[in-house]
Design a protein around this ligand. Structure first.
Ligand code: ZN
Length: 280
């Protein structure tokens, strides 16, 4: 999965540290990241690469995290693609190149970029938000309101019935991959309750024997995914929630298209069921 960087170490501890010339920076423009396109992967710039034309970049950079001894910073300057060789490429590349550890760094950086951008002003009083130098937190100068990075808990549910798995396709997706039932946890609700509600809402089925599998941070949507296997309870007739799903089908183990190694928990869960790697 995209967040599994081992043997590298993703260190998200917050540091109040000024950028050095050799440090790497991430600069985004909407859904694009500044990069140099290598033959098979993206390369991010270091401050040294831009020192001549943009000597102030280091002063205004925000520390993000480190991968091993590589420190990543956020730079909010735009138009940096005027430098030769550097271009803005769509963040969808992170998913395509997920097996390279830089992809996850770029995706988490994009999550933090969106968070900083979306919290410039206090949602309580409209005052200007300032950055804490002690932790990854924004606070309002006027009313002291504090904001931490937004992470929304969600569930992924692999509904099974013997050797059949319920596979879905969401509406409006450009790719044609199968997915699983999934949704956000609502307020006042446990993850197990969210599992039962989402399955009922999306495909009109009841489930029992919930088995928690794994979790995954998914920076693309600022979510924390919790994956469950859930056994069908009763009638297997699907009643599709048509505004959300395009398709939901029961496929036998041997008819499920192989997924192989996957960036996502959804993909890993489908593959684990298909190969029998998960014991239910
Ligand atoms: Zn305020």
């Amino acid at each position: 999965m995209i967040h599994e960087l081992e043997p590298r170490n993703f260190n998200n501890a917050y540091l109040s540290r000024k950028a050095e010339p050799e440090d790497v920076f991430l600069a985004y423009q909407g859904d694009n990241v500044l990069a140099k396109e290598g033959a098979d992967r993206l390369w991010y710039p270091s401050f040294a690469d831009f020192a001549r034309d943009y000597p102030q970049l280091r002063d205004n950079a925000q520390y993000l995290f480190a991968v091993d001894d590589v420190c990543f910073y956020l730079v909010e300057e735009s138009g940096l693609d005027s430098a030769e060789g550097w271009v803005y490429v769509p963040v969808t590349r992170f998913r395509a190149e997920w097996q390279h550890w830089r992809a996850f760094a770029g995706a988490v950086g994009w999550q933090l970029y969106r968070w900083y951008r979306n919290h410039r002003y206090c949602s309580r009083c409209g005052g200007k938000m300032l950055r804490s130098t002690k932790e990854r937190m924004l606070f309002c100068q006027a009313c002291s309101f504090q904001v931490y990075p937004t992470i929304s808990p969600s569930v992924i549910v692999a509904v099974y019935d013997g050797d059949r798995l319920l596979l879905t396709k969401y509406k409006g997706q450009t790719h044609n991959r199968y997915a699983l039932v999934a949704g956000f946890c609502e307020i006042g609700e446990s993850m197990e309750q969210a599992v039962r509600r989402e399955v009922e809402e999306e495909v009109g089925l009841k489930v029992k024997n919930l088995y928690y599998y794994k979790s995954q941070p998914w920076p693309f949507t600022s979510t924390m995914l919790a994956g469950f296997y859930a056994e069908l309870d009763g009638d297997s007739t699907v009643k599709l929630q048509e505004d959300e799903l395009a398709e939901a089908v029961w496929l036998k183990r041997e008819d499920i298209p192989p997924v192989g190694q996957s960036p996502s928990l959804t993909g890993e869960m489908i593959e684990a069921f298909r190969t029998g790697a998960v014991k239910l």
